[in-house]
Design a protein around this ligand. Structure first.
Ligand SMILES: [Zn+2]
Length: 566
């Protein structure tokens, strides 16, 4: 053993490997977990990579020794270099499409919303259907917006605007008519997937949790080409934000088969510049998403596009009263939401996934939904099914008693940490679930201290308030517990604030661990893939309220420069 270690050390110090890419004069945080306590890595100056793999990390002299004729040498000028950041839960295709419209998410007052509606009208000539996304829940009462409010602006046009969280839809009267929605329409799942109604039972214009799914497909179906074009427009911005990989939790847009064909086609053509970890979406009890994921893995599993996990939903969102809580909603007597899956359904999915060698990735926001999933994983573990790192996505309102169970059950804690602020949704949702639950949400520091693996993903374009794909925004909010750049606001539960290193680790090692690729990605070490970013500022040293304003000047995937600031 000793002899082998000495040999390895001699090799490491000996003639350097060749490299096609060498970076010198950088401040590299390797995030390899071998630096001082909790910082996640060593700080070195140089890095070499060849054929997409890191061949050396160390001093400038060490990196210079890799240089051969034809090697591309980049002088970082003292800038910060990190492993590429990986978003552990988002919806890149639907997000890109939403990105091209009017920014309803920024309309956080009634006045701004009125202006956004007028802007949407101006941008939508003709008489065809209009579709947009991003209205803020806090602008409306618990029953959501009404058709009449859209009619006042758009007249007899068919209009659909999705909420910022993606769990509610707002329709005009013409849309309801065209969709055949009336008092006689039954709700798909009363209390869980339903139309908001007046006292007489007439739908008022808001659909919750996909009650409108079939109708929306019929009235508004963007083409695959439209998705592809929007995605291509977005990709450089994603690379500039520091992303080198993402997990798409659902693959629902435009539909599963088209999404896979589009991405596989881009990879084959060399036009997919980042890693796209993908999923299959559970379409109900009669569906078999595990078998479908295995087929997709066999067909598409490549270097960049990688079918990885089965997406399940345990509940909805608190602003739609569809999150499954441990206590009652404050504004609905004796009602705490309903689970979206039975225990038996959940058990069957987890058992099938374990046997197939794939993890499940379960949306759970309310404390009861989080507990239901942990209980199901505990039953699987007790039955000897220990192979997979399942993840609970969002887990906003996790009960303190359940926090230590993530580490014990080897369940990844996946969080959209940029929601952990006192934004307008804090008071809005607080009215439904209670201010104490809101303040205690996102206990990420306690989770990490308990030994759980924490990953961060934005859930873009979904949000309770702040809709973004930008990982540096997540890092800033994880550190400040305030909206980006808003030192003036009170922090939300500042005892749960992380260090910059902990936040970076959630977006590197945490995401890589969740996706089962920590031996390839998540740190800068010889043998790993050369996915890295060079930032315009040292986020470990700058005023934390300026982290989100940063960007990557150089983004490298598999040793190839995929983005360079002009
Ligand atoms: Zn999501």
């Amino acid at each position: 053993m000793m002899k082998r270690m000495m040999l390895a050390a001699a090799l490491a110090a000996g003639p350097a490997a060749a490299a096609d890419l060498v970076i010198i004069n950088a401040r590299i945080h390797t995030m390899d977990g071998r630096g001082s306590a909790a910082d996640g890595g060593r700080v070195v100056q140089g890095l070499c990579s060849e054929n997409g793999r890191i061949t050396a990390v160390g001093s400038n002299a060490r990196a210079r020794a890799c240089i051969r004729p034809g090697t591309r040498v980049i002088d970082a000028g003292g800038r910060l270099l990190l492993p590429g950041l990986i978003d552990s839960h988002m919806h890149a295709l639907s997000g890109s499409l939403a990105e091209t419209g009017i920014d309803f998410a920024a309309a956080d007052t009634r006045e701004k919303l009125a202006a956004a509606l007028l802007a949407l009208k101006a941008a939508s000539p003709g008489s065809g259907p209009i579709q947009a996304r991003g209205w803020q829940n806090h602008l409306f009462g618990p029953k959501g917006p009404t058709a009449g409010e859209l009619d006042a602006v758009f007249g007899n046009r068919i209009v659909l605007i999705e909420s910022v969280d993606g769990h509610s839809s707002w329709y005009s009267t013409a849309a309801l008519k065209a969709g055949g929605i009336s008092a006689a329409t039954s709700d798909p799942v009363p209390g869980s997937s339903f139309w908001e109604r007046d006292a007489a039972g007439n739908p008022t214009g808001t659909a919750r949790e996909g009650a409108d799914a079939e109708m929306a497909r019929r009235l508004f179906a963007p083409t695959t080409a439209a998705y592809a074009a929007a995605f291509r427009r977005w990709l450089p911005r994603a690379l500039e934000s520091g992303l080198t990989g993402l997990f798409d939790a659902g693959m629902g847009a435009p539909d599963e088969a088209s999404a896979y064909q589009l991405l596989a086609g881009m990879e084959a053509a060399g036009t997919l510049p980042l890693r796209y970890f993908s999923s299959t979406f559970n379409r109900g009890e009669a569906d078999d998403p595990v078998a479908r994921l295995l087929q997709l893995k066999a067909r598409y599993g490549g270097r960049l596009l990688r079918p990885t996990a089965v997406k399940l939903f345990a509940d909805g969102v608190p602003e739609g009263h569809t999150a499954y809580l441990l206590g009652n909603y404050k504004d609905k007597d004796g009602f705490r939401g309903v689970p979206m899956m039975s225990d038996a359904h959940l058990d069957a999915r987890i058992t099938a996934a374990e046997k197939a060698g794939v993890p499940v990735h379960v949306h759970a926001i309310g404390g009861a939904a989080v507990r239901q999933v942990l209980d199901a994983v505990a039953r699987a573990r007790f039955a000897g099914l220990n192979g997979q790192r399942h993840a609970i996505a969002h887990m906003d309102l996790v009960d303190p008693a359940d926090v230590p169970r993530f580490a014990r059950l080897n369940v990844v804690a996946q969080t959209s940490i940029q929601w952990a602020t006192r934004d307008p949704s804090y008071d809005n949702i607080g009215r439904f679930v209670g201010a104490d639950l809101m303040e205690a949400a996102y206990p990420v520091k306690t989770l990490i201290a308990s030994g759980a693996v924490q990953s961060f993903g934005t859930d873009w374009p979904a949000a309770a308030y702040l809709s973004t794909w930008k990982p540096l925004t997540q890092i800033e909010v994880a550190v400040t517990r305030r909206l980006p750049g808003r030192r003036d606001l009170p922090a939300r539960n500042p005892a749960q604030a992380l260090s910059v290193a902990q936040a970076v680790r959630a977006l590197t090692f945490g995401s890589a661990w969740q996706l089962g690729v920590e031996r390839e990605l998540g740190s800068l070490e010889p043998g790993k893939r050369a996915d890295l970013i060079m930032l315009d500022r040292d986020i470990f040293r700058v005023d934390p309220f300026t982290i989100a304003a940063g960007r990557s000047l150089l983004t490298v995937v598999d040793g190839r420069v995929v983005w360079q600031a002009p």
